[in-house]
Design a binder for this molecule. Structure first.
Ligand code: 7RM
Length: 652
C-alpha cells in the first residue's frame, strides 16, 4: 500500500490559544507540565495510573491484571468483576449526588422533564426487571431503536444491568439497515417507541420495526414506548409486542438487581460503516470501556460539580454512548438531552436551550457549527450564553474558520475549545488538548490523552518527520479499544492490524505532527488526493474555501483524470447573498490557488443548496466521488439525510 496520506509539509504555524489564568486556576490539570507528568505515568506505570484514576468506580472485585495482550487482541482489568450501572447509578445513592439532576430532557416542542440520580436508578431497576420478564438473560442481545428520550438511556442502562449487550440503532436508519443489524447480532428483544418528532412531524419508528421484523427470526418480543401519540399510527402485534408502561407497572423492582459480570463481558455492539458495504459490529466490553469513558470525561471536560453538560450527539452514535450516557453518569454529572433538530423551530434553538438551562459545557460537531455560521449571527446574538465555560467538537476535522467563529461568537473568547479526535472503535477520546493545561491550535486535535500512544508512519511502519503526512496509528492498546468485530475476528485483524507492521492499530486516518508534538488529523486516508503528483488533503482545500466570504461549506473529492491522475472537484454551498455563477467559480479557484498553491486549485467547482450528509453529519464523500466522475452512485445511500440533493449536485 502506498502512503498517500496528506500534504507533504505544513507551512504557516497556527495560532495558539493558551488557557486563561482564570480558567487554569479552576481546572484539574492546570499546566502543561502536569499533563506531561500524568501522561508519562499513564504510559510507564499503567498499573498504578489506572488503579488510581478508576478508584471512584464501583467494582465488586478489583483487578490484579491490568492488561493482557495477545497480538491484536487486548483484554483489560481481566479478573475484575462489576456491573457498569453500579458505577453510573448505585454509587451515587446515599451521597449528595442522589438528589442531583442526572438528566434534563428538552423535548422538540419545548417540554421539559428531569430525572434525579435516584429516579434514574429506580427506572433502570424496574426496566431491568421488565427485560427479565420478557425472557432476556445475561448475554442475550437487545436492539434499541428509539429517539432522544430519557427512556432510551433507561433502556441502555437496564440492558447493562442484566448483562445483556445492547445495540442501539440510530432512529434515522431505514428498515433494511435496521433488519441487517438486528440479524447480525441476533437480537432477542427490540426496544422502540411509537414515533419520534423531527421538525414537527412523526418519524414512525414502530412501523419501521414492523417492516424490519418481517425477516428477523431471532426477535421474540418488542417493547414499545408510547411517546408521540395517535399520529404515530402505532399498533401492537398480539403475542409479540408489549406496551412499555404496562410492562413497567407489572414489573417488580426486586427482579432488577445488577448482574455481576466479568471485566470482558460484552457491554454493547455498535454498528459503523466500513470501507465495504457491510457495516461492522464494533464490540465494547465492560470494565475497560467504563474506565475509558469515565476518565476521559473527567479530564477532557474538566468537570465541576455544578456543570450542566450538553452533548448534542444522538445516542445512536458512539458519542452518544460514551459522552451522553456512560462517561457523564459515571461521573455524577447533570446532562442535557435534546430531542429535536438544531434548526427547529429556527436556527436559534441551540442558543435558546443553553440560555434556558444555563448550560456550562457544549460538545457538538463541526458540521453543526458551519450550519450555524451559515444561518447568521443574529440567531446567536438573541440569547445569553454567559453560562458556557467550555466548548468541544468531535466528528471531523474542524476548519480554522469554524473554530474561530465557535471561539469568538459562542465562547466569547472566554471558553477553551477541546477538539477531540476518536472513533467508534476507540470507545473514548484519544486526542485533544486538556482545557486548563495546554494551548489549543485551531484545526489541530492536539496531544494524546492518557494511555494513548499515537504516531504518524509510512506503510512500512517507520515514523515520518515532523510536518510530513502519513498514516495515523496508535501503538499500544488502551482500555476502551474495541475487542473485535462482532462475530468476525478475522475482519477485526484485517481491518485494523494488517496495513502497518508491528501489531499497531491503524486508524484509517491520515495525519501530521508539528514541532510541538500536536497532531493534525487530515481525514480518512481515502480523502487524500494525488493531483499531478501533489498530495492534497481534501480538508486543506475545504478549509481554504470556507475561509472565503462566499462559501458556507465545501467538500473536495478526486475524479480520475488521464493527465493528472486525479482532478480536484469541489462541491460547495454558499452564504446568503452570493450568486452561483461562473465568475464566483473562477474567484474561488484563484482563492485556493493563492491559499495553498496553484497545484491545489480546484479543477471544477459545483454549487448546491446542500451537501449530501449522513444522518450523523458526515459528508458522504464516496457519493460525491461518484457524482464527480459522472458514475452511477454505487454504495449505500440509506443514511443520506436528504436524497434530493444528489440531483442538484449532478447539474450544479
Ligand atoms: C467520534 C466519532 C470516526 C472518524 C475518524 C475521523 C473523524 C472524528 C475528529 C475526526 C478530525 C476530529 N466516531 N474524526 N473526530 N477528524 N478531528 N476531532 O466521530 O467512528 O463516527 O468517526 O471521524 O476521520 O476516523 S466515528
Amino acid at each position: 500500500m502506498e502512503t498517500r496520506t496528506g500534504i507533504d509539509t505544513v507551512s504557516a504555524e497556527q495560532a495558539h490559544h493558551e488557557p486563561s489564568e482564570a480558567y487554569r486556576s479552576k481546572s484539574r490539570v492546570s499546566s502543561k507540565a502536569d499533563y506531561e507528568r500524568l501522561y508519562k505515568e499513564s504510559i510507564e506505570q499503567p498499573d498504578s495510573f489506572w488503579k488510581r484514576e478508576a478508584s471512584q468506580l464501583t467494582f465488586r472485585k478489583p483487578w490484579t491484571v491490568t492488561l493482557e495482550q495477545n497480538g491484536p487482541f487486548a483484554k483489560w482489568f481481566t479478573d475484575a468483576e462489576l456491573n457498569v450501572t453500579e458505577s453510573c447509578l448505585d454509587r451515587h445513592l446515599g451521597t449528595d449526588t442522589e438528589n442531583k439532576t442526572a438528566i434534563i430532557w428538552e423535548g422538540e416542542g419545548g417540554a421539559n422533564k428531569t430525572l434525579t440520580y435516584r429516579e434514574l436508578h429506580e427506572q433502570v431497576t424496574l426496566f431491568a426487571a421488565v427485560l427479565r420478564d420478557q425472557g432476556v438473560t445475561t448475554g442475550d442481545r437487545v436492539a434499541i431503536y428509539m429517539g432522544m428520550v430519557p427512556e432510551v438511556v433507561v433502556a441502555m442502562l437496564a440492558c447493562a444491568r442484566i448483562g445483556a449487550p445492547h445495540s442501539v440503532i440510530f432512529g434515522g436508519f431505514a428498515a433494511d439497515s435496521l433488519r441487517g443489524r438486528i440479524n447480525d447480532c441476533g437480537a432477542k428483544v427490540v426496544l422502540t417507541q411509537d414515533a419520534a418528532p423531527r421538525r414537527g412531524k412523526p418519524v414512525k419508528l414502530k412501523q419501521t420495526v414492523d417492516e424490519a421484523l418481517q425477516d428477523a427470526p431471532s426477535v421474540e418480543k418488542v417493547v414499545v414506548l408510547q411517546h408521540y401519540g395517535p399520529e404515530s399510527e402505532c399498533t401492537l402485534l398480539e403475542g409479540r409486542d408489549v406496551d412499555w408502561a404496562t410492562a413497567v407497572e407489572a414489573a417488580d423492582a426486586k427482579n432488577g438487581a445488577a448482574a455481576v459480570v466479568g471485566a470482558e463481558h460484552p457491554l454493547f455492539i455498535l454498528y459503523t460503516s466500513g470501507s465495504t458495504g457491510k457495516p461492522k459490529g464494533v464490540l465494547h466490553t465492560s470494565a475497560g470501556y467504563l474506565v475509558g469513558a469515565h476518565v476521559s470525561t473527567k479530564y477532557v471536560f474538566d468537570i465541576q460539580e455544578d456543570d450542566v453538560y450538553w452533548c448534542t450527539a444522538d445516542v445512536g452514535w458512539i458519542t452518544g454512548h460514551s459522552y451522553l450516557v456512560y462517561g457523564p453518569l459515571s461521573n455524577g454529572m447533570t446532562c442535557l438531552m435534546y430531542e429535536g433538530a438544531p434548526n427547529h423551530p429556527d436556527w436559534g434553538r441551540f442558543w435558546e436551550i443553553i440560555d434556558k438551562h444555563e448550560v456550562t459545557i457544549l460538545y457538538t460537531a463541526p458540521t453543526a457549527i458551519r450550519a450555524f455560521i451559515r444561518a447568521g449571527d443574529e440567531w446567536v446574538n438573541k440569547h445569553d450564553l454567559s453560562s458556557l465555560r467550555l466548548l468541544g467538537t468531535v466528528g471531523e476535522p474542524i476548519n480554522p474558520e469554524a473554530w474561530n467563529w465557535y471561539y469568538d461568537k459562542i465562547g466569547k473568547k472566554r471558553c477553551p475549545i477541546v477538539d477531540t479526535w476518536w472513533q467508534t472503535e476507540t470507545g473514548s477520546i484519544m486526542m485533544t488538548t486538556l482545557p486548563g493545561a495546554c494551548a489549543a491550535k485551531p484545526g489541530s486535535t492536539g496531544l494524546p490523552f492518557f494511555g494513548v500512544a499515537p504516531d504518524v508512519v509510512r506503510s512500512d511502519g517507520t515514523s515520518v518527520a515532523d510536518r510530513e503526512g502519513g498514516l495515523f496509528i496508535l501503538r499500544r492498546p488502551w482500555p476502551s479499544i474495541l475487542r473485535t468485530v462482532w462475530g468476525d475476528d478475522e475482519r477485526y485483524v484485517r481491518q485494523y492490524f494488517t496495513d502497518v507492521p508491528g501489531n499497531v492499530y491503524v486508524t484509517g486516518d491520515g495525519a501530521h505532527r508539528d514541532a510541538d508534538g500536536y497532531f493534525q488529523v487530515i481525514g480518512r486516508i481515502d480523502d487524500v488526493l494525488n493531483v499531478s503528483g501533489h498530495r492534497i488533503g481534501t480538508a486543506e482545500v475545504e478549509s481554504s474555501l470556507v475561509g472565503h466570504e462566499a462559501v458556507a461549506e465545501a467538500a473536495a473529492v478526486g475524479r480520475p483524470d488521464d493527465l493528472k491522475g486525479q482532478a480536484l472537484v469541489v462541491f460547495a454551498t454558499l452564504k446568503p447573498g452570493f450568486a452561483k455563477d461562473d465568475a464566483l467559480k473562477a474567484t474561488l479557484k484563484a482563492h485556493v490557488g493563492k491559499d495553498i498553491g496553484k497545484f491545489a486549485a480546484p479543477d471544477e467547482i459545483r454549487f448546491a443548496d446542500a451537501l449530501p450528509k449522513t444522518r450523523s453529519g458526515k459528508i458522504m464523500r464516496r457519493l460525491l466521488k461518484d457524482v464527480a466522475a459522472g458514475r452511477d452512485i454505487t454504495g449505500d445511500t440509506s443514511t443520506l439525510e436528504d436524497a434530493s440533493v444528489i440531483e442538484q449536485l449532478r447539474h450544479g
